[in-house]
Design a protein around this ligand. Structure first.
Ligand SMILES: Nc1ncnc2c1ncn2[C@@H]1O[C@H](COP(=O)(O)OP(=O)(O)OP(=O)(O)O)[C@@H](O)[C@H]1O
Ligand SMILES: [Mg+2]
Length: 445
């Protein structure tokens, strides 16, 4: 069973301490003190979850107890009690971080409920803190692999970007980690507690994207049966990631430009503008200036977005990062022949992503969809070979029946069709060598 929550009670009246202790000791681990000083001293040695303190006491009053406790352990909750309540004091107490302010005499249930709620709030705050840490771990800079000089420079710039609220333009080839950086910048920024909302600007038809981004009012078009907040509104207080910005329809470029400039959006079918407060991070895998010169990106939007440009280097410019990426991405399944090739056999992402590309390009994401499945396929092929040998040796019935039984016509949800690693590798990719190795380490595609 979990330990009882710890409650520390301070009151200069022994009778009050006795009464409260009797009332609470079945459900809580209760300690009582007859002076503010002794209570605070005990709290410093062994903090409690909740402190219940009288306000008027001779040596150290309840407000001082509250201040000291909040200074020592902001996560602890404090409930104040007084027989001489004034509104001003109650306001002051709440401002100083008190959870509640009870006027004596109070019903036992009143205190019990206040205590339960205080503990609930403390627990919620702790859970929120744990989640925040997990999110930071998952989406923070620590999650991005790269020790090479180009990556160090990228990290330094991205951290600078995170300190500011300026529009960031991430550029880099496909798979260089633009989205990872966008999330990391958001999570290291002052907006981290609000939402990170991403949209791929090229993924949908213009009308759909417009209503996704800006929202619409009921009746704006057939099918608009109710009002819809757009992603600008959803990301309010947080960050909006406009992925593949050059894919955006020219009409929407005007609207986006206006939204960034005026910090206002107009929903489709609406007549008024609504204020929005979002930080924009845009990304492109093209040269944005070239896109502008080619007429694919409006000049005003180009300048509006290109405030803090950050280019992410492709793997071929930082081959020294490849081993770390492989280690990071190699899944819990042992990579076939990993030991022989001197490669790590387990990692945290469940897949081998950082394979060299057949065209000499390198992309940290290329085999993202491949690995666990690729390894399954590889194992499947190995098992098939073993089975074939056993058929030849007469240990098993003809292979056809078994192969058919094990075949899947559709890939499982979320997985690409194909037989595995070989299907996902570029056609020209044969057995390849790991750059920087002696050329003997052939990769399984
Ligand atoms: N530096 C890195 N460290 C760890 N993983 C990485 C890194 N760069 C890329 N990846 C992996 O590659 C995947 C693709 O990264 P991401 O989606 O951020 O790339 P992108 O630049 O946005 O690509 P695209 O232009 O195709 O959208 C990530 O999910 C991640 O697994
Ligand atoms: Mg992307």
């Amino acid at each position: 069973m979990a330990d009882k929550p710890k409650v520390l009670i301070v009151d200069d009246k022994e009778s009050m301490l006795k009464m409260l202790s009797t009332m609470l000791r079945d459900d809580y681990e209760v300690r009582t003190f007859s002076s503010g000083r002794s209570g605070v001293h005990a709290f410093r040695r062994d903090p409690a979850d909740v402190v219940i303190t009288d306000i008027r006491m001779p040596d150290m009053d309840g407000m001082e107890v509250l201040h000291t406790v909040k200074q020592e352990a902001p996560e602890a909750e404090v409930i104040l009690m007084t027989a001489y309540a004034t509104v001003q004091q109650a306001v002051e107490a709440v401002k100083a971080g008190a959870y509640n302010y009870l006027t004596k005499p109070f019903e036992p249930d009143e205190l019990k409920i206040a205590l339960e709620k205080a503990l609930e709030r403390k627990q919620l705050r702790e859970e929120a803190q744990i989640l925040k840490e997990q999110v930071e771990q998952r989406y923070g800079f620590a999650n991005i692999v790269g020790e090479s000089e180009p990556m160090r420079q990228a990290f330094a710039l991205a951290r600078k970007a995170a300190e500011s609220d300026t529009t960031v333009l991430l550029s880099g080839e496909s798979g260089t980690g633009k989205e990872l950086f966008a999330r990391a910048i958001h999570h290291a920024s002052a907006r981290a507690s609000r939402r990170f909302v991403a949209i791929n600007c090229g993924a949908m038809p213009k009308e759909l994207i417009e209503s996704e981004l800006f929202g619409h009012v009921r009746g704006a078009f057939s099918g608009a049966t109710k009002d819809k907040r757009g992603l600008f509104m959803e990301a309010s207080g947080g960050t909006l990631f406009l992925d593949e910005i050059t894919e955006l329809h020219p009409d929407l470029q005007v609207k986006i430009n206006r939204a960034i400039q005026e910090k206002e959006v107009r929903r489709v079918g609406d007549t008024v503008d609504l204020p929005v407060d979002v930080r924009i991070i845009a990304s492109t895998n093209r040269d944005l200036r070239e896109a502008m010169e080619a007429g694919q990106l409006r000049e005003d939007l180009y300048y509006r977005l290109n405030v803090f440009p950050l280019r992410l280097p492709p793997l071929r410019e930082r081959p020294s990062d490849i081993p770390a990426l492989v280690a990071d991405h190699t899944g819990p399944l042992p990579l076939p022949g990993a030991r022989r090739r001197g490669l790590p056999a387990g990692g945290r992402r469940g897949g081998l992503h950082a394979l060299p590309r057949g065209d000499g390009q390198h992309d940290a994401r290329l085999p993202a969809a491949v690995p666990p499945r690729g390894l399954e396929a590889h194992r499947g092929q190995r098992d098939a070979r073993r089975r074939a040998r056993r058929h030849r040796e007469g240990e098993l019935p003809p292979p056809d029946a078994q192969v058919r039984r094990g075949r899947r016509s559709d890939p499982p949800p979320g997985r690409p069709a194909g037989r595995g690693m070989r299907d996902a590798c570029p056609p020209q990719a044969g057995a390849r060598s790991l750059p920087g190795s002696d050329g003997n380490a052939a990769w399984p595609c």
